[in-house]
Design a protein around this ligand. Structure first.
Ligand code: SAM
Length: 315
C-alpha cells in the first residue's frame, strides 16, 4: 500500500543496497573461490563436488523447476549454496541436505540471508526423507502437499538416489529436477529401439514423464567434470504408466531382459529368472512377443504383459 511506496521512496539507497547484498550470487567464479578460500575448502572428488560457477545455469535450473512460494523444495547437496540461494528466492521453503560437514560453515555464511532454508547435515541416501518432509509440512501447513526435489546431484550416486524417489511411492514428490551426466539424462528419456533405452528408462518412465531440459558443458563447474551434463525434469504421473500384477516381478523381468544383452530374450530370461525354457517361451507367446525380439525393442506395455504371463505360467 501507500506506506510501502513511501518507505521505498524515503530510503531508495538503503533499499537497493540491501537488495544487492542479499542478491550477491554465489554461482560465480570469484564468490565461489572466495568462499572456498575463507573456509579452506577443497572440492572432494569422492563426494562428487563440482560447484556451479555460472549464474545463468542456476537461473535455468530454477526456471525448469517452476517453483513458487507455495512450494516445498528438497535440495540434495547444496555445496556452497549457489542453487539453494536461488531456490530460497522463488520457493516457499527449502530443505537442503548436505553430507559434507566441512561445507556447513560456508553454507551458513552464504545463506545467512535466506530465512526459509533449513540446512541439514545428512546423507541423502540414508536420511529419513518421509520424516523430514512430514516435519516441514507440520511447521508450514500452507505449503503444497506434494514437494519438488531440485539438485545438482553428486554423480557418484545419481542412479541409487533417483531410485530412492522412484521406488518409494509414498514420498509425495511431484517433480524432480536434477543435473546429471548428459548420458544418463538421455537414458532416462530414451524410447524403445534407441541405443540409450534400458532398465533405467523403464524405471523412470514407469512413474514419470522425462524431459531433458537443457545441456551444459564441463566449463560451468569448478572443478570441471570430465563429461557433459544435462538437467532432466521428471514429472510424476498420476498413476504408473502400466499396471503389472506383480511389480517386483515386472522389474525383475526388465533387469533379466537387459542383463545379458548378447543372449536371446528366452535365454536370458530363463537363466536369470531360473525358469524352464518352455515356460519362458509359452509366456512370450501368450504376451505376443516374438522370441527373437531384443529387450531394447520391448515397450513398457510389452514388459508388463510378459511379466503377467510369466506370473501366470510359473505360478
Ligand atoms: N549444489 C551445489 C552446486 O550446484 O554448486 C553443489 C553440487 S555438487 C555436484 C554435489 C553436492 O552433494 C556436494 O556438495 C556434495 O558434498 C553433496 N553430497 C554428496 N553426496 C551426498 C549425499 N549422500 N547426501 C547429501 N549430499 C551429498
Amino acid at each position: 500500500g501507500v506506506l510501502q511506496i513511501l518507505t521505498g521512496l524515503r530510503y531508495p539507497d538503503r533499499m537497493s543496497q540491501r537488495d544487492n547484498m542479499s542478491e550477491k550470487k554465489i554461482a560465480t567464479p570469484s564468490v565461489t573461490r572466495n568462499l572456498m578460500q575463507t573456509h579452506t575448502i577443497r572440492a572432494k572428488k569422492s563426494l562428487g563436488q563440482n560447484f556451479i560457477i555460472e549464474p545463468q545455469v542456476i537461473d535455468n535450473i530454477v526456471t525448469a523447476a517452476g517453483c513458487d512460494k507455495q512450494d516445498l523444495v528438497l535440495e540434495i547437496g547444496p555445496g556452497l549454496g549457489s542453487l539453494t540461494q536461488a531456490l530460497s528466492n522463488t520457493a516457499g521453503q527449502v530443505i537442503a541436505l548436505e553430507i559434507d560437514q566441512s561445507l556447513i560453515p560456508a553454507l551458513k555464511q552464504s545463506l545467512a540471508a535466506c530465512a526459509n532454508v533449513q540446512l541439514l547435515h545428512a546423507d541423502a541416501m540414508t536420511a529419513d526423507l518421509s520424516r523430514i518432509l512430514a516435519e516441514a509440512y507440520q511447521a508450514s501447513p500452507n505449503l503444497r502437499p506434494d514437494f519438488m526435489a531440485v539438485a545438482n546431484l553428486p554423480y557418484y550416486i545419481t542412479t541409487p538416489l533417483l531410485l530412492r524417489f522412484l521406488q518409494q511411492p509414498d514420498l509425495p514428490w511431484r517433480r524432480l529436477v536434477f543435473m546429471v551426466q548428459k548420458e544418463l539424462a538421455e537414458r532416462m528419456q530414451a524410447a524403445p529401439g534407441s541405443k540409450d533405452y534400458g532398465a533405467l528408462s523403464l524405471a523412470v518412465q514407469y512413474r514419470a514423464q522425462a524431459r531433458l531440459a537443457f545441456s551444459v558443458p564441463p566449463s560451468v563447474f569448478l572443478p570441471r567434470p570430465k563429461v557433459a551434463s544435462a538437467v532432466i525434469v521428471l514429472e510424476r504421473l498420476a498413476a504408473p504408466s502400466v499396471q503389472p500384477v506383480d511389480e517386483d516381478l515386472f522389474f525383475a523381468v526388465i533387469r533379466a531382459g537387459f542383463n545379458q544383452r548378447r543372449k536371446t530374450l528366452p535365454n536370458s530370461l530363463s537363466s536369470v529368472l531360473q525358469l524352464p525354457k518352455e515356460q519362458v517361451n509359452a509366456a512370450l507367446a501368450a504376451a505376443g512377443v516374438a522370441p527373437e525380439r531384443r529387450a531394447e525393442t520391448l515397450t513398457m506395455a510389452e514388459f508388463a504383459r510378459l511379466a503377467d504371463e510369466i506370473k501366470n505360467i510359473s505360478g
